[in-house]
Design a binder for this molecule. Structure first.
Ligand SMILES: [Zn+2]
Length: 417
């Protein structure tokens, strides 16, 4: 063999080896694939939804998952055995780890970001992957403000079916508000408007500021008020005590109760308009306590104890159904505060589509009295914003593009859009 041929053969061999190495690396990287965000992206809101797929080989159970002999009930049980864990290695928050179930390798996961670089580690079966996202808080004058409003005694308790409920209303409101913000960003992105959402008031630790204020009325007086009167009292108190034209307000009534004797809610409203949406605290015991708790809360099949709490779960009669409906009511009323009307699309947040608010963050519906087994829903059945409403929101001054440009990231300056 001539030296030239030997070099040529060697070169071919090297090219083949390099190609094989590249292919192996590519295949390895695709075992856990995030599909909606690229590593290196900078966002200016704190909770990010990551959607993607884990390859069947990575979950190491292809025969069971694809078997034609399996009934769909068995398949649903089998699919739920596979979980995905995402850890924010840069965070020390209680929400640093997020564990959720997958459906045939599809996943949705939430990560609470800390300012700066966030190294996110994904684990599924025996596979891992890492991406980095950046979070840069941006000062904006137009925000959504969260208000917990009590009767004249200042009592902040919410009804609960748990003896040892921590009554941590501010953490649950913090979580619910961030879910609404993230839902809007991701849905607007899906609808082609980029990640546009509202800003929240955050304290130095990144928690949503929950303004706890009092009405000058007794619980007995508030129980006699109708829904419109409650909205009027709450809106007036917020404007008088907190003021500010730069805010849309989501107010949660702390004094709402379930009358277990007469089986009816007291001082309960869900109304929105002008700059204020009002919902009640009935259902708060089912809300996630922090972002790491969301998948658990939205799949909690514990039956609602109707002797203790108001069953506002859209006939699902489970705590996950209660969480979905009552947090979903919040984004619906906030939608009114942003000027949106009701929608004819059954999956829109501005119709009863808000009952399926959990679907934004989950790949299936956990069992309930409306579905006795786990149900996988299609993207067309996911909770959404009807196109006309999304078009209106896109030009709403309270919604800003929250995915920063390279220029903004490099310069590090506070930008106002
Ligand atoms: Zn409405």
């Amino acid at each position: 063999m001539k030296m030239q041929d030997a070099f040529r053969k060697g070169g071919t061999l090297f090219t083949t080896l390099a190609l094989a190495f590249t292919l192996t690396t590519a295949l390895k990287a695709q075992d856990i694939q995030v599909q909606n965000l690229s590593s290196g992206t900078t966002l200016s809101y704190p909770v990010v939804l990551l959607t993607g797929e884990v390859s069947q080989s990575a979950i190491n159970h292809p025969s069971l998952v694809t078997s034609e002999q399996m009934t769909w009930v068995e398949r649903a049980k089998c699919d739920r055995q596979y979980s995905l864990r995402v850890t924010n290695l840069s965070s020390k928050l209680p929400s640093r780890t997020y564990q959720t179930t997958m459906f045939r390798g599809e996943f949705k996961a939430l990560v609470e970001l800390v300012p700066g670089a966030n190294r996110l580690r994904f684990e599924a079966g025996n596979k891992t992957n890492e991406i980095t996202l950046h979070y840069q808080r941006i000062a904006s004058n137009l925000k959504v403000r969260l208000v917990y409003i009590t009767d004249k005694t200042g009592n902040t308790r919410y009804d609960s079916q748990f003896e040892a409920d921590p009554q941590d209303y501010s953490s649950r409101i913090d979580t619910a508000a961030k879910l609404m913000q993230t839902f809007l960003a991701e849905r607007m992105y899906t609808l082609g408007y980029g990640r546009k959402t509202f800003g929240l008031e955050l304290d130095p630790k990144g928690k949503v500021v929950v303004h706890t204020i009092r009405l000058p009325h007794t619980a007995a007086h508030l129980n006699r008020c109708n829904k419109n009167e409650l909205w009027t009292l709450c809106n007036a108190a917020v404007q008088k005590q907190l003021g500010g034209k730069d805010y849309k307000n989501l107010v949660i009534t702390a004094f709402s109760r379930y009358d277990t004797v007469n089986k009816r809610p007291l001082a309960h409203t869900a109304l929105g308009g002008m700059s204020t949406g009002v919902i009640s605290n009935l259902g708060m015991c089912s809300w996630p306590r922090h972002i790491g708790d969301v998948a658990r809360a939205f799949s909690d099949t514990t039956p609602i104890c109707e002797g203790k709490v108001y069953n506002d779960s859209s006939y699902r009669n489970t705590l996950w159904g209660l969480a979905a409906t009552t947090i979903g009511a919040g984004i619906h009323e906030l939608g009114h505060a942003f000027g949106l009307d009701h929608s004819s699309d059954p999956h829109c947040i501005m119709s009863r589509g808000f009952d399926a608010f959990h679907r934004a963050f989950m790949v299936d519906d956990a069992p309930s009295d409306r579905n006795w087994v786990t149900i996988h829903f299609s993207e067309a059945e996911n909770v959404t914003i009807q196109s006309g409403a999304a078009h209106l929101l896109a030009s709403n001054p309270w919604l800003k593009t929250q995915e920063l440009s390279r220029y903004a990231r490099r310069s590090g300056t506070a930008l106002a859009w």
